[in-house]
Every structure is written in structure tokens, then in C-alpha cells.
Design a protein around this ligand. Structure first.
Ligand code: T5A
Length: 253
């Protein structure tokens, strides 16, 4: 039985990584096999492209080229990580996906909609998330959270943009949710982690019935094999998600 594909979207500091980890733990507790992943990144090739994009190295090349690089990363991620996991019956929980390109490069970067569409067709084909959770909160709260988490580190390519940019991001994500209500649910992410997690769980259970799917799943699929990324997470420390999942490989080996 094919797994389900859930994506998290929203602005900076909305709590996507935190909630992706919390949701994965909850799905795993039902006995479902779960893979948590992220974009840009989520596969070795895509992680290499992530560095180019978030360092700002590609910014001088323009928004079209950045959109192509996000699509190249997505192509590798879909082929190497997402599709194999779904075909193995696992649930894939992904921190950002194609809506981020529509919003950051399309709505904000003014990349032509036809190019965005073509890149989507090449990189994801007919893969559409079963559910997209759009974490929505006032811009100033999200930026404050990002700042706190970053500490003394330099803001990345997109965190460094101004408040007006982030407000437009918020509006663009809300517009996608309004256009595609069958796929997207807006989640009020401005409250505490547990309250947000409850809203998310309510949406996931209403739309995807994980309890029923876990009961139907063959026993062989129920315990995810080693390598399921979410297995590495302790439910109480979702903030360590990125560090745990995507630590750079040892270049000496
Ligand atoms: N991008 C990405 C594009 O331009 N195009 C694309 O196609 C794609 C895929 C990715 C960047 O790339 C851009 C968008 C991004 O700018 P990233 O480092 O992966 O960069 O950054 P983000 O996805 O923006 O992730 P962030 O880490 O900034 O935000 P999250 O994941 O939404 O937030 P999270 O969970 O890390 O939480 C941030 C802090 O807030 C706290 C957490 O503990 C953490 O400290 N927090 C809360 N505090 C209070 N209450 C809550 N409810 C909280 N939830 C979390």
C-alpha cells in the first residue's frame, strides 16, 4: 500500500521543522513507517545544492536560476528519497516542497509562472502531496523565532530579506491555500507548540485517517527499517531535527 505524502509550508520561523518532527513521532506511535525530510535537501545531491542556494552564492545569477536550482534539488530528492519511501508504504513528512518555489521564486522573485510550471512538471511529474499544512502566523513572531534560534549566526539568503518580503510570503501562501482547499489546510501557528501540534493532528486525522491506515497496514510494513529518519528523533527534542538528520558527511571517509 502506497504511503501518504504530507508537506509543511509557511514563512520563516513558522515552526515547520518542529511540527514535522512532532507529527512524525505521533504517526510512528501508531506503528506507521515514517520518513521526515526537508527541502531544499533531503538527498545527498539536493543537500549539496542547498548549500549553494542558502549561502546566497546563486543570488547574483538571478531568480530564474535559483528556481532552476531548487527544481534540480527537488528532482534528486523526489527520485532518491520521496518516491522510494512512498512506494515502500511509508508516510513521508516533508518540510517545504513545490509551494515554496511558487511563493519564493514565483510570487516574490517574479519568475514567470510558465517557467515555474515547467520546472514542476520536470521535477515532480504527477506527484502531489496528499495534504499540505500551511503554518500561518504574524511575520514579526516568525522572524523573532528565527532570530532566537539562529543566535549569533548570520541570517541565510531569505531570512535576510525585509519585513515587507515576509508579509508578501505570508499572503502568497494563504492564496495557495485558498486556491487548493482540497489539498491545503491553514494552521494557526502563532500559539504554543503543543496547541499547534493538536491543530495539525486534527487536520491529519480528518483528512488521512492514519489510525485506520495503520490498522490496515500489513505487519511487515509496520515497523520501519533502520534508516527511517524519524527514528532518530526523540519526541521531546524536535528542534534538533535538522542537525540530526542532515549533518554533513565525514569528508575524510
Ligand atoms: N526556499 C525553499 C525557496 O526559496 N524555494 C524553495 O523551493 C524552497 C524549498 C530554506 C529556505 O529556502 C527557501 C525558503 C527558506 O528561506 P531553511 O533553513 O530550511 O531554509 O529555513 P525554513 O524552512 O524557513 O525553516 P526555519 O528553520 O526558518 O523555520 P521553521 O522550520 O518553520 O521553524 P522551526 O521549527 O525551526 O522553529 C524556529 C524556532 O521557533 C521555535 C523553535 O523551537 C525554534 O527555535 N518554535 C516555537 N516557539 C514558540 N512557539 C511555537 N509554536 C514554536 N514553534 C517553533
Amino acid at each position: 500500500m502506497r504511503g501518504k505524502f504530507i508537506t509543511f509550508e509557511g514563512g520563516e520561523g513558522a515552526g515547520k521543522s518542529t511540527q514535522a518532527a512532532m507529527l512524525a513521532s505521533r504517526l510512528e506511535a501508531l506503528g506507521l513507517g515514517v520518513v521526515v525530510t526537508r527541502e531544499p535537501g533531503g538527498s545527498p545531491g539536493a543537500e549539496a545544492i542547498r548549500h549553494v542556494l542558502l549561502s546566497g552564492a546563486a543570488k547574483p545569477l538571478g531568480a530564474d536560476v535559483e528556481a532552476m536550482l531548487f527544481a534540480a534539488a527537488r528532482d534528486d530528492h523526489v527520485r532518491c528519497t520521496i518516491l522510494p519511501a512512498l512506494e515502500a508504504g511509508k508516510w513521508v513528512v516533508c518540510d517545504r516542497f513545490a509551494d515554496s518555489t511558487r511563493v519564493y521564486q514565483g510570487a516574490l522573485g517574479k519568475v514567470d509562472a510558465r517557467l515555474i510550471k515547467s520546472l514542476e512538471r520536470v521535477s515532480i511529474g504527477d506527484l502531489v502531496p496528499d495534504l499540505t499544512l500551511i503554518l500561518d502566523l504574524p511575520v514579526e513572531i516568525g522572524l523573532e523565532r528565527s532570530k532566537e534560534r539562529r543566535g549569533d549566526a548570520t541570517p541565510d539568503r531569505f531570512e535576510a530579506e525585509g519585513a515587507d518580503f515576509h508579509q508578501k510570503l505570508r499572503d502568497a501562501f494563504r492564496a495557495i491555500a485558498a486556491d487548493e482547499p482540497q489539498r491545503c489546510v491553514i494552521i494557526d501557528a502563532g500559539t504554543g507548540k503543543e496547541e499547534v501540534a493538536k491543530l495539525i493532528w486534527d487536520a491529519v486525522t480528518a483528512r488521512l485517517e492514519p489510525d485506520r491506515k495503520a490498522a490496515e497496514q500489513p505487519a511487515a510494513e509496520q515497523s520501519a527499517p533502520a534508516g527511517t529518519i524519524a527514528k532518530k528523533l526523540a519526541p521531546e527534542d524536535p528542534d534538533d531535527l535538522a542537525e540530526e538528520l542532515f549533518a554533513p558527511e565525514d569528508s575524510s571517509s
